[in-house]
Design a protein around this ligand. Structure first.
Ligand code: FDA
Length: 500
């Protein structure tokens, strides 16, 4: 139901009474637009046609979040929550359909508290992973955390979908190292691991995305890294054997020792092999010679550094400094669309030749291949909602870009992505065709509202792709903790109650 103007007014009055007014931005506030766009990554979601929130709340403590939920329930106004704003479909700050909703923007709720002796940290959802990495690097040169590459990603959204990067083979996804969390539920209660119970604590580690509540903070286990890590990047064009080397990479990369991670960025006619090794160049060279000689990697490719230096190096380039990972300003210059796949059996060589032909087409995008195996694959599928474990060789992310002035407004790029995704079907996981929820794609399916709750049947279409068999358990947890489906968006977990 769409709230009336009266309920919107009641909601705003309720909020004004409960939280300091400088933390509340209504559409008429002078800084409403600048706060709204502050973490929008994809400018296609900041157009005049985008459905905007009624107001934005920027909490600085738990009681502000609780009050927003209580006011929202009382006045029938829904809430979306934004941490870093990197959602590929913008679900943290926009609605596809006309809807009156408020945004809880966690950007000012972002402290990181590292306990070096215990090798743990409490990190608030509004911190970026760059801020988390920075605080860890300040505390110790030999501690790290296993999560994504882009430093401006928000902890809140990233952890709620899994979260993986260069350490995934050694230490799994971010959610595999979560020890505790605090959350505000649909009744406005503040819960921690003990009080939320094991089902809800299971659900928020990968099945999150607002469905179960607003996660305020996470306690994570930090992981040991050596004083020196070695980075390398070896680009191989098609005319220097990229097809053969990529075909080989599929078997090699997921089976390497866990200290060695080699991903591939495939764009136009080049496969760029990008790697992090937890150790020195001297230790890496014999390993590469024995396990992957086809790549032709040698000493001149090695760049030794500390783990914290590797963070800006990977994502921001070799001239970036460690301080640069604290920069929260998101670049919004390129419009984009992405989707994902999981590969369980190596793609044959002739198919790679065809894939390069797709990548050479006009309006083509790129592919990023992240190898699994070792730690991330070692957990049974049901241990966390993130189910992409044993048997996965690698994850594919497909992405295409355009700009405000591109002819066709991105329709040619979106068409290429859709057609290429259809072409890839025979080569990737089936029944379900798996996808990674953090690379959200609404073309995989959207919620349908039946009787004022999201339908479980309709949710299965996209839900089993992201969660496989865990989708049903997630829906049962949702049915217990938020049966009225207060926290919902186009791809939130629908409530499954016992009678269904
Ligand atoms: P945002 O704030 O948009 O939230 C995403 C979703 O989570 C929304 O549905 C939101 O409502 C919900 N949410 C946010 N905060 C919440 C909270 N506190 N409680 C409950 N729900 C909450 N992924 C990866 O695994 N490895 C990588 O290397 C990268 N790299 C990368 C680069 C770039 C440029 C982008 C744009 C994205 C990635 N990602 C990624 C994907 C990223 O992990 C994913 O988009 C995360 O959901 C982003 O989290 P944010 O908090 O930034 O997003």
């Amino acid at each position: 139901s769409v709230p009336s103007a009266a309920s919107s007014d009641g909601f705003l009055d309720c909020l004004s009474a409960a939280i300091p007014k400088q933390l509340l931005y209504t559409q008429s506030s002078p800084s409403f637009t600048s706060v709204l766009v502050s973490s929008i990554r994809n400018p296609k979601f900041s157009t005049p046609g985008t459905v905007r929130p009624l107001c934005i709340v920027t909490p600085t403590n738990a009681s502000h979040v609780q009050a927003t939920v209580v006011c929202g329930r009382r006045h029938d106004v829904r809430i979306r929550v934004r941490s870093g704003g990197h959602d590929y479909e913008g679900l943290s700050y926009r609605s596809e359909r006309p809807e009156v909703f408020a945004v809880v923007d966690m950007a000012d709720f972002r402290s990181v508290r590292v306990d070096k002796a215990a090798a743990t940290a409490w990190v608030d959802s509004g911190a970026t992973i760059g801020e988390l990495y920075y605080a860890i690097g300040k505390a110790s040169k030999q501690l790290a955390f296993s999560a994504g590459l882009c430093p401006t990603i928000g902890v809140g959204g990233h952890f709620s979908g899994g979260g993986f990067g260069m350490l995934l083979r050694k230490y799994g996804a971010a959610i595999d190292s979560v020890l505790d969390a605090t959350l505000v539920d649909a009744n406005g209660r503040l819960l921690d691991r003990d009080s939320m119970g094991s089902d809800l604590f299971w659900a928020i580690r990968g099945g999150g995305s607002l469905s179960f509540g607003i996660v305020l903070s996470w306690k994570v286990k930090l992981v040991p890294v050596p004083a020196t890590v070695t980075m390398f990047s070896v680009p191989k064009p098609v005319d220097q054997g990229a097809v053969d080397i990529l075909t080989r990479w599929q078997d090699v990369a997921p089976a390497l020792p866990e200290d060695l991670f080699i991903r591939v960025l495939v764009q136009k006619e080049v496969a760029n092999f990008q790697s992090m090794f937890l150790g020195t160049c001297d230790a890496l060279l014999p390993l590469m010679r024995s396990r992957f000689p086809e790549l032709g990697m040698n000493r001149s490719h090695c760049k030794e550094m500390t783990w914290i230096q590797s963070v800006p190096y990977i994502y921001l380039g070799s001239s970036a400094t460690v301080e640069d990972i604290l920069n929260r300003t998101a670049s919004t210059s390129s419009f984009n669309k992405a989707t994902s796949d999981y590969v369980l059996q190596a793609i044959p060589k002739d198919a790679w030749t065809k894939i390069f032909a797709w990548l050479a087409m006009p309006n083509a995008g790129l592919m990023i291949l992240d190898p699994y195996g070792a730690k991330i694959s070692s957990f049974p599928e049901w241990v966390t909602p993130f189910p992409h474990r044993d048997g996965v060789l690698y994850n594919i992310q497909y992405m295409n870009f355009w700009s405000a002035t591109t002819n066709g407004g991105g329709s040619n790029q979106a068409r290429w992505l859709k057609d290429f995704y259809a072409f890839m079907e025979p080569y990737v996981s089936k029944n379900p065709r798996q996808a990674y929820v953090n690379y959200r794609d609404l073309d995989l399916g959207k919620n349908v509202i039946v009787g004022n709750v999201s339908s479980y049947q309709a949710g299965m279409v996209w839900g089993e792709k992201y969660y496989k068999g865990n989708f049903k358990r997630l829906a049962m947890v949702k049915g217990t903790v938020d049966p009225e489906d207060y926290f919902r968006n186009e791809q939130s977990i629908p409530p499954l109650v016992a009678s269904q």
